[in-house]
Ligand binder design. Structure first.
Ligand code: GRF
Length: 216
């Protein structure tokens, strides 16, 4: 049984998608805890309702980024997780923190990386006039949004898209993509090997790691 700790800062819809898939498909894993950097995260209630332990490690209590990250990793490590899942966790993590979890920390980013790192990705995709947009799940490395890519989901950008309509189309795919990648990790089908992603042959086909949206 693999142990997972999920970090959130907000609504937690990706977290919820992972909880649902894990329950429905019965993977050899348990979500040991959901940790937030703010008590305002709506996802905390969702996790509690699912019977999962929750914790808030609030940034206000600690002076430096380093001391915050030390407290955070102590909270995480009490659950001895095999995998740390960042699901809308809105903090930039220190290199020391990231290295501590090397190969067992993943993130979902709402763009087709390496395009549109950082914030406001949907607005920027529309402004840039790209025809395809999407989401990326990657291993976390010290450089923001730059870790090795595990899988991506692609959606079209339509002529009348607004930031909200595009965000909703991407989010729908995030909810398919992230649980799938977490499951691969739990089953040992994806791993981090000297800075690169190794995928099991069984999932190493384009149809598996590029999930396409509805292009109709
Ligand atoms: C998602 O768009 C995710 O890609 C990004 O933050 C958002 C989190 O949404 N990292 P939610 O809290 O999972 O609903």
């Amino acid at each position: 049984m693999k142990k997972i700790v999920i970090l959130i800062s907000g609504r937690g819809s990706n977290m919820e998608a992972i909880i649902r898939s894990l329950k429905a498909e019965d993977w050899p894993a348990e979500i040991a805890a959901v940790i937030s950097n703010t008590e305002k995260a709506a996802g905390l209630a969702t996790a509690e309702n699912a019977g999962i332990a929750t914790e808030v490690v609030s940034r206000g209590e600690f002076s430096s980024r380093q001391s915050y990250d030390t407290m955070l990793s102590e909270a995480i490590d009490r659950y001895a997780p095999d995998l740390v899942v960042l699901a809308g966790f809105m903090r930039i993590l220190t290199a020391e923190f990231v290295r501590h979890y090397e190969g067992r920390i993943i993130n979902i980013h709402p763009s087709l990386l390496p395009a549109f790192t950082g914030l406001h990705t949907h607005e920027r995709a529309i402004e840039a006039g790209v025809r395809l947009h999407g989401a990326t799940v990657h291993f976390v490395t010290p450089e923001l949004d730059a870790g090795p890519i595990i899988a991506q989901a692609v959606v079209p950008v339509l002529p009348d898209d607004t930031e909200a309509s595009l965000a909703a189309r991407v989010l729908e795919q995030e909810h398919r993509l992230y649980p799938r990648v977490v499951r691969w990790f739990v089953e040992g089908k994806v791993r981090f090997d000297a800075g690169r992603v190794r995928l099991d042959d069984a999932i190493n086909t384009p149809a598996e790691f590029i999930l396409t949206g509805d292009f109709s």
